[in-house]
Write a protein that binds this ligand. Sequence first.
Ligand code: HEM
Length: 251
Amino acid sequence: MSPENNHKEQTQRYYERLSLSQRAQHIVLIISFMTLVITGLPVRYPETKAAGAVIKSMGGMAVRAGLHRVAAVILIVLCFYHVLWVLFTKRGHEEFLAFIPRKKDALDLFHQLKYYFGLSRTTPRHDRFNWIEKFEYLAMGWGSVVMILTGLLLWFENQAMLVLPLWVLDVTRVIHSFEALLAFLAIVIWHCYHVHLNPSSFPMSKVWLTGLISEEELKEHHPLEYERIRREEIPPARVEVEPTKVGSKSE
Ligand code: HEM
């Protein structure tokens, strides 16, 4: 690292973007989701060589099915924990409200598209979460509900068949199977691009590990949040104002 960069690193200010609880939830989600994908997709594509190799490396179909269920239980517990965190913690409550899509997100999306097509010279100025982050959060929430409900029906197929017609279980399997593929592709293509391959994050944004975002990154990616934090950070008594203006205001 050059002395200049070293100095910059030392003098850079950092802000907390993700709390310890949020980072822990994210890591548990990564582990459970990846396990579900690795143990689920071989069932969707049993004819492929990769499926055979994955199942063999796990020690067979019974172990694969067991791992799928263990990861499913971890995902279910995580979802319950997340709901409790949102309902009963100040941070969870605030974060959930910040994730709710608003009119500005639709306008930001059009603004971004205009920028991609060369019709705008600027990119949208985001607040705490941009429209991509909001979409990913809501898709993950909705996707988890769908996967858990359909997964439970597949898991307890015999009991379900006592009260549901066979076609419901057939449809359930199709939904579980396609939603799994959709979620896998969304994470691999969209999420990984934004947090790894995007030139401004490459090779990886470390926020999910440290919870910290540098002042520079916050200013660049979430300027509205940065400005709000700065306004709240500086107590009014310490704001430097030209003496003449102070005089004219008090008159
Ligand atoms: C995002 C999470 C998940 C992914 C990516 C995933 C993926 C998959 C895939 C691709 C299949 C094969 C479907 C087919 O084409 O037949 C499958 C089957 C299955 N999944 Fe999931 N799944 C997830 C969550 C869950 C959950 C939460 C449960 C249980 C509550 C569950 C239980 C099952 C069961 C019982 C099967 C039938 C095959 C087997 O016995 O393993 N899955 N899953």
